[in-house]
Write a protein that binds this ligand. Structure first.
Ligand code: ADP
Length: 435
């Protein structure tokens, strides 16, 4: 067995009395492999939360699994849907005090019934309140619906379930479509916490989170884990400079030069090249979904719509100005439709966060673009960058370049603008003279 650098491992047990050079950790802690060690059976590793580095014995950790995308993974495995009272009683056999399930009432749709096994019988509570006194027994054991898997159990087995007592929530730093985003601290690490309160949405997001557990790249916002409390809380690395649109709008040309813009473009492109290699389609690539780290690295976020297949569920929600014509018309999503969106994102970058298709009413954009209309180059945009936008906007998806080709072109562009090694000025963001 050999683990490459970057592999994430979970500690199988506590290791509190280290020998010299060894890392201290507790059961369940996540450790990242840094290098192999000359000591046989050992690796050099970094503790994900304390940041400390040291040796670990490979037999005392296991590789952190990715969660499998499993539609049966349920946040509410005790919810049995619309079943009758007698059916619920049948499911709560053999009787066991505290065994419970929740069902939707057949006679009163929208009403929920808590059914609990007590002293050999089953009590049905139409209106469940938190008031413990009103229930004849403690809810001891959820009766799992057949065919579901408890998300909580799966998440904890794979090391993606975080401990809420170790999380401190800070300021609100953003509003998502489904809930607020907070800054926070998880065992000394600065994190962002996205809260999703509604159970149904949380369930949908859980599936998306399972996609994120498989992805690790320097230009994708990294998932640290989730917390199941009041819905779902998704904990990711903190991107302290916020989203790219606001970043560029609030700084403008006087602070950010075109080389720095090219670096942001390259960052996003590399993240997308990685998604492309995993055969994943983002579907909602736009500057608002790119976040900027403390050290000005741009990372793609918001995998809310990322899907392995190419069918879309809700056409009305598509971001028209960013979506490729074939995706808008025939729901054909592909890496090449992501490339189209990437072209729009390039336009956003080089216009310092302007809204695309300025002055054109949203209703008219689709038709105009289908008729061959394309946006003009943003003011002072390097011609090389505009040429890239135009190839991304080829009507014919297969004529658009792949992300690895775009990356090569961007690297050339950066090469043209950056003076040779040794003579780079040190700028606030990333250096380069500008084109
Ligand atoms: P939604 O996709 O539901 O609109 P987002 O995930 O885009 O929600 O989050 C909304 C806003 O919260 C973002 O535009 C950004 O400003 C902030 N935000 C989200 N995730 C992070 C993060 N990891 N670090 C810093 N800020 C974040």
């Amino acid at each position: 067995m050999s683990w490459p650098a970057g592999t994430q491992c979970v500690a199988k047990g506590d290791h509190r009395k280290p020998r010299s050079g060894e890392l201290v950790y507790n059961k369940g802690d996540i450790l990242t492999i840094v290098d192999i060690s000359p000591r046989k059976g050992y690796y050099k590793a970094r503790h994900n939360t304390s940041g400390e580095e040291g040796l670990i014995n490979s037999s005392s950790v296991r590789e952190r699994d990715a969660l499998r995308v499993d539609p049966r993974l349920s946040l509410m495995p005790w919810f049995h849907g619309k079943i009758s009272g007698p059916e619920a009683v049948g499911k709560l056999q053999p009787a066991e005090d505290g065994l419970f399930l929740v069902r939707e009432s057949i006679r009163h749709p929208g009403d929920y019934v808590l059914c609990v096994s007590v002293s050999g019988g089953v009590i049905h509570y139409r209106f469940y309140s938190n008031n413990k006194g009103s229930i004849a027994t403690i809810l001891l054991k959820p009766k799992q619906k057949q065919g579901t898997k408890s998300a909580e159990l799966e998440l904890s087995k794979t090391g993606w379930l975080l401990d809420i007592t170790k999380l401190t929530l800070g300021e609100n730093i953003g509003e998502g479509e489904f809930g607020a985003v907070y800054e926070g601290d998880y065992m000394g690490q600065r994190v962002a916490v996205k809260t999703i309160k509604c159970d149904v949405t949380a369930q949908a997001f859980l599936q998306e989170t399972t996609v994120m557990t498989k992805l690790q790249h320097k230009n994708l916002v990294r998932l640290l884990g989730v917390i199941l409390h009041k819905g779902l809380q998704i904990v990711t690395e903190l991107m302290s400079k916020g989203n790219l649109v606001n970043f560029l709008r609030t700084r403008g040309r006087s602070v950010v030069n075109s080389v720095q813009l090219l670096h942001f473009a390259l960052d996003v492109c590399e993240g997308m090249e990685y998604l492309e290699s995993k055969k994943l389609v983002h579907r909602d690539l736009a500057a608002r979904n790119v976040l900027v780290s403390d050290d000005h690295v741009a990372k793609v976020s918001d995998f809310g719509l990322t899907k392995l297949d190419s069918k879309v569920s809700d056409k009305a929600k598509l971001p028209i100005k960013w979506t490729a014509p074939e995706a808008l018309k025939k729901e054909k999503f592909s890496t090449k439709s992501d490339v189209w969106s990437y072209g729009v994102l390039l336009w956003e970058i080089f216009s310092y966060g302007r809204q695309p298709y300025p002055k054109i009413p949203l209703m008219e954009v689709k038709e105009k673009v289908e008729g061959g209309y394309r946006m003009e180059a943003p003011e002072d945009c390097p011609p090389g960058a505009y040429a890239l936008m135009r190839v991304c906007w080829e009507q014919e998806p297969r004529k658009r370049p792949a992300f690895h080709k775009l990356r090569e072109k961007l690297e050339q562009e950066i090469g043209k603008c950056t003076p040779g090694p040794g003579s780079e000025p040190q700028g606030e963001i990333r250096s380069g003279s500008g084109c």
